[in-house]
Design a protein around this ligand. Structure first.
Ligand code: HEC
Ligand code: HEC
Length: 275
């Protein structure tokens, strides 16, 4: 099939090489010492592809069908998928957010009231789409979310992702010092600095790297602990699992405190938080 051929070529280019199925035969370029394919996505996101909508739709239908049949593969980051996610309609997403009652936990504007439901406002659309896909196929596990996403169509997922990306994110708590791990990492443990990936420039490149600034503190701590303990395993190449696995619980808490939004219960003390 024509699209399959292109999908394989695109996979080679942008790194969907650990997927099961026909693409599983292609070696992982990272293991061969080649540049990180996530970085190669840079132009891909902002380029208008010579990909027609019908092919994108076909590719997405195929991925969804495989998922429904229990044939789980990692999210296929092909140019078709990117074109599909980019075609999301924020206005339709706003409607879906209400209709599917996502606002009950994630708030009307993508920021929920309690600290355990992640903020989705201002998140990179490709990241959001990937998470919804991961819940749908069961690569990421959470009872409520898996139930919610079961009924969503790929179109609704793309629309909601576009809607969330258009919303204003909560500001990160103010702090004068940056934790060493966030800024420099730790060579002795082969730890990259968080900022190496979670910064504005590379996030635009690595489409699936989320914005963590201004995230809910409870959620952020929980999800890092889940990466550490193997309860969250949907990260490509186990990037975050490897990192979180080397962090102590105290380091995780300190990083969450640094990046997160102000906890919901000290909303009032605004002016003078000088720590
Ligand atoms: C009952 C509360 C609840 C409802 C309703 C709900 N969510 Fe969630 N959502 C959560 C929680 C809790 C998590 C974190 C779960 C985990 O740890 O995997 C989450 C995770 C997510 C994430 C991943 C965020 C990230 O930063 O990784 C996205 C995206 C998301 N939800 C979107 C939606 C959408 C779209 C809907 C509506 C179709 C929805 N949620 C409905 C509670 C809810
Ligand atoms: C090599 C790149 C890289 C580095 C370095 C990195 N991350 Fe990540 N991080 C990722 C990617 C990619 C994801 C998304 C995984 C997925 O697809 O679910 C992620 C996800 C996360 C999430 C989940 C966000 C959410 O909304 O659920 C948190 C929190 C996080 N990282 C924190 C950190 C912290 C803190 C550090 C530094 C100790 C760090 N990361 C270092 C690439 C990186």
């Amino acid at each position: 099939m024509k699209y399959l051929k292109y999908a394989v070529i695109a996979s080679l280019l942008i790194g969907n090489v650990e997927a099961a199925g026909p693409m599983g035969m292609i070696p992982n370029p990272m293991k061969m010492g080649m540049p990180d394919p996530m970085n190669m996505m840079h132009d891909l996101m902002n380029r208008t592809f010579d990909v027609n909508d019908a092919d994108s739709q076909l590719m997405m239908d195929e991925a969804m069908k495989m998922a429904e049949q229990g044939n789980v593969m990692e999210f296929p980051w092909t140019r078709y998928a990117i074109a599909y996610v980019n075609s999301g309609d924020p206005a339709a997403g706003a409607k879906a957010h209400k209709k599917l009652k996502c606002h009950k936990c994630h708030g009307n504007e993508g920021i929920g009231e309690d600290d355990d439901s992640p903020s989705v406002a201002g998140q990179i659309s490709a990241y959001t789409f990937k998470q919804l896909y991961d819940y749908k196929v069961g690569l990421r596990k959470d009872k409520d979310m898996q139930k919610k996403v079961r009924k969503m169509t790929a179109k609704q997922m793309a629309d909601v992702s576009a809607y969330y990306a258009s919303l204003q994110r909560e500001e990160k708590i103010k702090s004068d010092t940056i934790p060493h791990l966030a800024k420099n990492g730790d060579r002795s443990r082969f730890l990259f600095a968080c900022e190496k990936c979670h910064n504005e420039k590379s996030m635009k490149r690595g489409l699936q790297t989320p914005i963590i600034e201004g995230q809910k503190i409870g959620y952020m701590t929980d999800t890092m602990m889940a990466f550490k303990e193997g309860d969250r395993e949907n990260d490509h190449y186990r990037v975050m699992a490897k990192i979180a696995g080397k962090l102590s619980d105290e380091e995780i808490e300190a990083l969450a405190e640094y990046y997160a939004a102000k906890p919901a219960d000290d909303e009032d003390e605004d002016e003078d938080d000088d720590d």
